[in-house]
Design a protein around this ligand. Structure first.
Ligand SMILES: Nc1ncnc2c1ncn2[C@@H]1O[C@H](COP(=O)(O)OP(=O)(O)OP(=O)(O)O)[C@@H](O)[C@H]1O
Ligand SMILES: [Mg+2]
Length: 259
């Protein structure tokens, strides 16, 4: 049985790509078969997890979605999967920025990505989707195609407040995809022991704890995370003893316990 996990938050810069690439890497290290889908025109996962220049890549998630929309036969998997660090990657590039417009005229437009993912997921234990910082039909496609969501949020009051909107969306989408779960809210880039950080944790606990899991693991802030990306590495490859690397290892153990 495979599990499709979307790393999502409509807010930008909250740690989606860092979480998606790092947990994909750690799952693969644990011997799991992992597919990472870069579902963001910024192509940050592609930049970290491959040596290619996204603009030179011929077949990306955007190309694949075009095939599905036109109901054309997909190219062979070998022609578009990039294999690196034990992970299979479906790359992205700036073409994905036009997806929202493209989908607007398509029938059953929320089900396009699901058609593809349902076919490809049988080859994997985990399909991890690094999402764009947006809401709209493109993101509805992810929610319809996924089994669960991991929602990274910065330990800042405004980020935490934005979550209510996301949760409202989730509740609407559950009417279409009844099996969709939230694996958890993940606090990222935490500056430990600051007043505001503590307040955010308290606020999240008060607002959601009854209905939504908040991961025990909190991802601390470290300058080394951005440094690792310069070398096209996740923090766990770049500096396995770093506090953020250790936290992501704990997170993966938590995620593995959720079924
Ligand atoms: N734990 C951390 N400590 C310090 N910096 C971090 C941490 N996690 C991520 N960053 C840095 O913060 C920035 C934003 O992180 P990331 O790209 O993962 O967020 P994102 O949610 O994917 O952003 P976007 O919405 O633009 O796709 C990056 O420069 C990243 O290197
Ligand atoms: Mg990102």
């Amino acid at each position: 049985m495979s599990k499709v996990i979307a790393i999502t938050n409509e807010k930008g810069g909250v740690g989606k790509t860092t979480t998606a690439t790092t947990i994909a890497y750690l799952f693969a290290k644990k011997g799991k078969k992992v597919l990472l889908i870069d579902y963001d025109g910024q192509a940050n996962s592609t930049l970290i997890m491959s040596d290619e220049n996204p603009n030179n890549i011929k077949i990306t998630i955007s190309t694949i979605i075009n095939y599905i929309i036109k109901d054309e036969e997909l190219p062979l998997k070998e022609t578009y999967i990039i294999k690196n660090k034990g992970i299979d990657l479906i790359p992205s590039n700036a073409n994905l920025f036009t997806l929202e417009t493209k989908l607007s005229t398509v029938n059953f437009r929320e089900y396009i990505l699901k058609k593809f993912i349902d076919k490809i997921k049988v080859d994997y234990d985990y399909v991890i989707i690094d999402c764009m910082p947006q809401i709209g039909t493109a993101m509805l496609n992810v929610m319809v195609a996924s089994d669960s969501l991991i929602i990274p949020t910065q330990a800042e009051i405004l980020s935490a407040k934005g979550l209510s909107e996301l949760i409202k969306h989730y509740q609407v989408i559950k009417k279409v995809n009844k099996n969709l779960k939230i694996d958890g809210i993940l606090i990222t880039m935490d500056k430990e022991n600051t007043k505001s950080s503590k307040k955010v944790k308290e606020m999240l606990n008060n607002a959601f704890k009854e209905e939504i899991n908040i991961f025990q693991t909190i991802i601390p802030r470290s300058i080394k995370v951005a440094e690792a990306t310069i070398y096209k590495k996740t923090i766990c490859e770049y500096l396995p003893t770093n506090i953020v690397a250790k936290a992501y290892k704990n997170l993966v153990n938590e995620v593995l316990q959720i079924e």
